[in-house]
Design a protein around this ligand. Structure first.
Ligand SMILES: CC(C)(COP(=O)(O)OP(=O)(O)OC[C@H]1O[C@@H](n2cnc3c(N)ncnc32)[C@H](O)[C@@H]1OP(=O)(O)O)[C@@H](O)C(=O)NCCC(=O)NCCS
Length: 124
């Protein structure tokens, strides 16, 4: 389950807490909310973590599925979302792919993948 910890309209960030089905606080992430006046407003995800004692239980998979659901429902004007991840962070990459993100670019010099997801098909 996701709970909004903070919606900061000035810095344009939303901090979200994730709890297990049993109600234990197990992870968090931050969404950066774009300026909706842009042509293609895109959400970005950062500061994502599953707290140490909860890792390895597929909770990141669950958190990311719920995160994508939240993004689609609450930010319908955003066509897509993106994040960056270290190329050796296999658990994170797998969880993002599980939720529908795909690697769209790789920065070999900095060992980073750009991953993106389409949230809404554009109606033009
Ligand atoms: C990365 C992180 C969020 C993953 O959370 P998690 O809840 O432990 O991950 P999950 O249990 O949901 O596992 C996700 C996938 O990775 C796999 N996985 C987990 N640990 C793994 C490991 N050590 N090696 C390879 N695969 C692994 C799981 O099997 C699962 O894949 P599957 O569904 O195909 O079986 C967590 O380790 C973390 O918070 N790390 C520190 C902060 C961080 O790296 N954040 C991401 C920044 S982009």
């Amino acid at each position: 389950m996701l709970k909004i910890l903070k919606d900061d309209y000035e810095t344009k960030v939303r901090v979200v807490l994730f709890s297990t089905n049993e109600g234990e606080e197990a992870g968090r992430f931050t969404l950066e909310i774009p300026d909706f006046r842009q042509k293609n407003p895109r959400l970005s995800v950062w500061s994502l973590q599953i707290f140490e004692q909860f890792r390895g239980r597929k909770l990141c998979n669950q958190m990311m599925v719920e995160a994508v659901e939240m993004m689609r429902k609450e930010f319908p004007r955003c066509n897509s979302a993106y994040l960056t991840v270290r190329t050796n962070n296999i658990p994170a990459i797998k969880a993002y792919e599980f939720a529908g993100f795909r690697i769209t670019n790789t920065d070999d010099d900095n060992w980073k993948h750009l991953m993106e997801i389409i949230l809404q098909e554009r109606k033009e």
